[in-house]
Design a protein around this ligand. Structure first.
Ligand SMILES: Nc1nc2c(ncn2[C@@H]2O[C@H](COP(=O)(O)OP(=O)(O)OP(=O)(O)O)[C@@H](O)[C@H]2O)c(=O)[nH]1
Ligand SMILES: [Mg+2]
Length: 238
């Protein structure tokens, strides 16, 4: 019983900080995305692929969550976008407070989209609201198509599921249809995009999905209506 009380109090404290983060994002008109998935599933590679597609039109920032090293932040910095590395020093997920501290070093003025790459872990991150507007789950084909069954909460809370490393499909027994069926038990319309960071053009639709969520996008793009209605409920192979 005491553990349950402690858990609720921890989550309530996190929720307060998350709401403050969300207000800050909203005041700046910045859309925030929490990118989650198992260790090595391809989160940073996905960012490396889509940021150059977004950058000509939009201002992008990244918060990088890791247990140790600044390796991912260095990879993002090489793209020429602002990045702050958050080291959890053993913590298996980001919290709203960690994000709040990192935001002191991340100027949101004029920023259209902020990606928050969570610690590589398909379990804990999904339980902690960071104040983001959208949650994205990355599942690589090398992890196996049973992961939506084994780690259901991650796929339940995600607004978009990105299946990564599709260039390796033929080397695995990953069944895209089966994985999609399992993911869609939570929501039959959940968008799923099958991608590869190694194949030209196979992340374009992911970049477009993010672009369509940027507040300024409506005024800018004529095909926004079409995107909003055709993106959900399909499996894209790029
Ligand atoms: N073949 C192939 N390899 C990929 C792809 N995406 C990522 N990788 C490789 O997978 C490994 C992990 O990629 P990362 O992008 O670092 O994965 P991550 O999810 O950011 O990893 P953590 O932050 O440590 O959890 C690297 O060796 C990448 O080169 C892909 O689309 N195809
Ligand atoms: Mg990474």
């Amino acid at each position: 019983m005491k553990i349950e009380v402690l858990r609720k109090s921890l989550l309530a404290t996190n929720e307060r900080a998350a709401e403050e983060n969300r207000s800050l994002f909203d005041r700046h008109g910045t859309v925030a995305v929490n990118l989650m998935g198992g260790a090595g599933c391809g989160k940073t590679s996905l960012l490396e692929s889509i940021i150059p597609q977004l950058r000509p039109r939009w201002s992008v920032g990244v918060l990088e969550g890791d247990i140790a090293t600044t390796r991912d932040a260095e990879r993002i910095a090489a793209l020429g976008v602002p990045v702050v590395q958050i080291l959890t020093e053993g913590g298996c997920h980001l919290t709203a407070s960690l994000v709040q501290h990192a935001l002191e070093r991340m100027p949101l003025e004029g920023m259209d989209i902020l990606f928050i790459e969570n610690v590589g872990n398909p379990i804990c991150p999904a339980n902690f609201d960071l104040g983001e507007h959208h949650r994205v789950a990355v599942l690589s084909v090398t992890e196996g198509d049973d992961k939506p069954l084994k780690y259901p909460y991650l796929f339940k809370v995600a607004d978009l599921v990105v299946v990564s490393k599709a260039d390796l499909l033929s080397a695995t027994d990953f069944d895209v249809e089966e994985a999609s069926r399992r993911i869609r038990t939570f929501d039959p319309c959940k968008p799923i995009m099958v991608t590869s960071a190694r194949t030209f053009g196979m992340t374009d639709l992911v970049a477009e999905w993010f672009e369509a969520r940027i507040p300024g996008y409506c005024a800018d793009a004529v095909d926004q209506r079409e995107l909003a209605t055709t993106l959900p409920a399909e499996v894209w192979f790029g």
